[in-house]
Design a protein. Structure first.
Ligand code: C2O
Ligand code: CU
Ligand code: CU
Length: 565
């Protein structure tokens, strides 16, 4: 096994790189009122040199937000940058207007104040900017933080949960630096590993069972994590919830955007040291971090092969085992929760999303720009319309030469299969990111669109390689209400029927009114004046979807929602 110590590569950059630094543990905020200020800062990542950064309430990263399921929270996000931003609560199930997607812009010196109820299960989530075409830049400059949700089921289990003592959040990010020690964007030279914004980090961990909440916050890189003595550890949670039981493993692949909670039993290791390593040499080609990012021998990314992290094993974090804490957890639970995945029998609709390269040839197949269903992201185009309370299967098919981590907002999904096979035990829980293998790789996921519908604000789905996302590998979907709720709250006897309708519909209660029909993007598709009571209106030629009808006379104006099948 090749083992490359990244410290060697730092010698050129910093003569003092051998001095290890304690892993930074972000402060935390709990309670229902949260204030986050995104601001500029500077950090001393290399001794004696300052790197310009941004962070929430601090120079880099942000405080960990600790919430309880069921809690109502109100958050003030103040933007003190000189450019717009947005903040997305990655993995949380919130309404589209609270989701912080690219439409919810916070201008410089402005405050955005979402309020929502925590509906999520105990797990590890995160927050980061989501400004279209600037996500990579703002995240790379340091804007990201953890969210920990706790709930009653988790509280009943004997698990480590003392923040910063036996319950440690760790965000792993690879970064490229220029000769001035500043972060570089849009490059494959990401050859320095940061753990919680610390280079060459070490953690003093107590000699007991410790819980590591691992987040891959990198732009593109995948990690294949294990420990230097090859010991087994136990994954207890995936992106959006605890697993049904701990899964024993000695390798954990963590893809961009993805989280995993693991239990590491250090109870017999007092005084010893071990290292968290990414075994990049074991990653198959076609995954960013392997020796070739493409499954095609020809395709490559400029600067990739000269980055020593690619195809090699490297250190991520050193762990020194110190005396146990009080109330130490000393055993691994046998079972955790009882989540039952959605069933294929309940599916209302299946849709297929195909990832394709913008240009053919070995380089386009691995460099992008990539698109989903041949559409590049456009803020003004709704790509999919989902119906409220529907269960759907999305079939993700990757026709490019590099694997992509697919992420969807609003929901947690279950993986039905990956290239036709049932996923491994650690991937059978609640997820919001899944890696789709290259060259025809197919993943089917199942999910349910509950609680939130909004006819104007969409949710996003995208590749979580931030450079791909910024380059347009993203789409947006609306969750549309099924019912014919009136839009104007003016209670009126005007109705349209049938609704949903296929070929025709009638308006009752509004003789001699004018009828206009708009599609959900606000384009008028029909204009009928002076309709008769019960007049049959032919809608055969309208595309299936949701329409807004305005019915107007000199006496009243009313709006109705019509669903065309
Ligand atoms: Cu973590 Cu839409 O992203
Ligand atoms: Cu998200
Ligand atoms: Cu991608």
């Amino acid at each position: 096994m090749k083992k490359v110590n990244v410290i060697i590569f730092h010698l050129i950059i910093s003569l003092t790189a051998f001095a290890q630094s304690p892993l930074l543990i972000p402060d935390y905020i709990s309670g229902s009122e949260v204030q986050l200020t995104l601001q500029e800062g500077e950090v001393e990542l290399f001794q004696g040199h300052l790197t310009k950064s941004i962070g929430y309430n601090q120079n880099i990263l942000g405080p960990t937000l600790i919430f309880d399921k069921g809690q109502d929270v109100s958050i003030d996000v103040v933007n003190k940058l000189n450019e717009p931003t947005t903040v997305h609560w990655h993995g949380l199930h919130v309404s589209p207007k609270n989701d912080g997607g690219p439409h919810t812009i916070i201008n410089p010196d402005h405050t955005w104040s979402p309020e929502f109820t925590i509906l999520d299960e105990a797990a590890t989530y995160w927050y980061h900017p989501h400004l279209h075409e600037h996500t990579e830049e703002q995240v790379t400059n340091g804007a990201a933080g953890f969210i920990i949700v706790r709930d009653a089921d988790e509280a009943e289990l004997e698990l480590p949960r003392t923040y910063g003592v036996d319950d440690i959040p760790i965000v792993i990010q690879s970064r490229a630096f220029d000769s001035d020690n500043q972060f570089m964007m849009n490059t494959a030279a990401d050859n320095i590993i940061l753990c919680n914004a610390t280079i060459d980090a070490f953690l003093d961990a107590p000699a007991q069972v410790v819980r590591l909440r691992l987040l891959n916050g990198s732009t593109e890189r995948l990690y294949n994590l294990g420990f230097s003595d090859d010991r087994n550890f136990f994954q207890i949670a995936s992106d959006g919830g605890l697993l049904n039981e701990p899964v024993s493993m000695n390798r954990l692949v963590l893809v961009p955007g993805e989280r995993a909670e693991i239990l590491l039993d250090l109870s017999g290791d007092l005084g010893k040291s071990l290292t968290l390593i990414s075994y990049g040499s074991e990653l198959p080609n076609g995954y960013y971090g392997a020796s070739n990012p493409s499954v095609m021998p020809m395709g490559n990314i400029e600067g990739y092969s000269s980055n020593n992290l690619n195809g090699n094993d490297f250190e991520v974090l050193d762990i020194n085992v110190i005396s146990p804490s009080e109330d130490a957890v000393l055993s691994i639970p046998g079972t955790l929760v009882n989540h039952i995945p959605y069933s294929e029998d309940d599916v209302d609709r299946t849709r297929s999303l195909v990832f394709s390269p913008g240009q053919m040839g070995p380089h386009g197949m691995v460099n992008g720009p990539f698109s989903i269903n041949n559409q590049s992201f456009d803020l003004n185009v709704i790509n999919e319309e989902v119906l409220f309370e529907n269960t759907e299967i999305w079939e993700l098919r990757n026709m490019t030469a590099i694997a992509h981590p697919f992420h969807i907002h609003d929901v947690q999904f279950y993986i039905l299969d990956i290239n036709g096979s049932i996923p491994s035990a650690s991937m059978r829980g609640r997820k919001d990111v899944v890696i789709v293998p290259p060259m025809g790789g197919t993943v089917r996921i199942i999910m349910r669109f509950d609680d939130f519908a909004d006819i104007e604000t969409p949710y996003m789905y995208h590749c979580h390689m931030l450079s791909h996302e910024d380059d347009g590998m993203m789409g947006q979907f609306l969750v549309l209400p099924l019912t014919t709720n009136e839009i104007n709250l003016d209670p009126s006897i005007v109705t349209c029927s049938p609704n949903p309708a296929t070929n025709f519909m009638r308006i009752t209660g509004a003789p001699q009114a004018n009828l206009k029909i708009y599609d959900i993007r606000g384009n008028m598709v029909r204009d009928e004046s002076r309709i008769r009571e019960d007049q049959e209106i032919n809608i055969n030629n309208l595309e299936p979807g949701i329409y807004i009808l305005t019915i107007e006379s000199d006496k009243f104006k009313n709006s109705l929602k019509l669903m065309k099948l």
